[in-house]
Design a protein around this ligand. Structure first.
Ligand code: ZN
Length: 339
């Protein structure tokens, strides 16, 4: 099969990879219908994380082509969506709703789903089948459910977005934008998107943002305070993962408020005294996407939400290198790849 390999920072190649096969009786093999490039793929692409001939990709939707002897809930031909962590969905951590921390988890990025086929470990726990084959125009939204929607949703839940709440969103990438969608679905009263790019501001409003703040850093914090009677937001979504974005999120939150942080942290350090003084809740990490998949599939197939609107460029898998360049140069928000 064909698949993406990141040889070194900036060096994306699509080449022949060994066809995946069933290794454990709980595995399934899927033929990938669509996959995509994640903001987190840009960290190794930019050299901010070490990389050496790594298979890439952890987001996927596809059709089951083979199942192991112990797989019970899926049949060959099912159209499935899965999370970027595989999970058994039965251990104590999974049962508490934190499948991304399953005691048997595997990071799908180590398997590399920017490819024609993928082996999915713990298929019964990891994959959720859609009711029948989805219409072609729903594929981007179902693909978004695999990571960016789930991650934005978890951020909104962790930030306790809900009725009567003012939510501020730091980060206008795909996750931040879908955090806005989630906050709206969860009933937030006011949603402030922090973005200085016209196209992303438009998408933020499409997903439910009521206000846009273009300022960053201390000026951005001051503007959030100004919009919230000097108090700060109840709920703040942090969807970047840098020192500046985390600080901006914490300082935009009112005492007693909640920060949901889902940007993968890179060189972020939190000052203990500042945290003590802020009186805020911090909750985040890898989103337990699997927990939300059945609800996402329902909302998407009933056409109540359209998270697939974050994809603004679709390329054949063979052109993955151009997809990485487009996201790196911010010419694209989110790139879908079709094998
Ligand atoms: Zn588990």
């Amino acid at each position: 099969m064909r698949g993406v390999i990141l040889y070194a920072p900036g060096d994306v190649r699509v080449e022949d990879r060994v066809d995946p096969r069933i290794v454990e009786p709980t595995d399934a093999i899927i033929k990938i219908t669509a996959t995509c490039i994640c903001g987190s793929d840009l960290w190794p692409y930019r050299g901010a994380e070490p990389v050496d001939h790594a298979p890439m990709g952890h987001e996927y939707v596809g059709v089951v082509t083979e199942i192991g002897a112990e797989v019970k809930t899926l049949v060959v031909g099912d159209f499935v969506v899965g999370s970027f962590w595989s999970s058994d969905n039965t251990c104590e951590i999974c049962q508490s709703g934190y499948q991304s921390y399953c005691v048997h988890r595997t990071l799908m990025g180590t398997i590399g789903t920017q490819a024609e086929y993928a082996r999915i470990p713990l298929a019964d726990g990891t994959l959720v089948a859609t009711p029948g084959q989805p219409d072609a125009d729903l594929i981007p939204s179902l693909l978004a459910a695999s990571d960016v929607l789930g991650t934005g949703w978890f951020a909104a839940v962790a930030a306790q977005a809900g009725p009567g709440k003012t939510v501020a969103v730091v980060g206008d990438g795909a996750v931040g934008l879908l955090g806005i969608l989630a906050a709206k679905e969860l009933g937030a009263e006011r949603i402030i998107a922090m973005s200085r790019h016209a196209d992303r501001q438009a998408l933020a409003r499409h997903f439910g943002a009521t206000d846009i703040v273009e300022e960053r850093g201390d000026a951005g914090v001051a503007r959030i305070k100004e919009l919230t009677g000097g108090l700060g937001a109840h709920s703040v979504i942090e969807a970047v993962g840098t020192q500046e974005s985390m600080q901006q999120a914490m300082r935009s939150t009112r005492p007693g408020g909640h920060v949901g942080f889902v940007g993968v942290s890179h060189a972020v350090s939190i000052d203990g005294l500042e945290l003590f003084g802020a009186g805020i809740h911090l909750h985040g990490g890898a989103a337990p996407v699997r927990q939300y998949l059945p609800e996402f599939i329902r909302l998407i197939t009933e056409r109540q939400i359209d998270p697939g609107a974050v994809f603004d460029l679709t390329l054949p898998l063979e052109d993955a290198a151009e997809g990485y360049r487009a996201m790196d140069e911010r010419r694209a928000t989110k790139v879908m790849l079709t094998p």
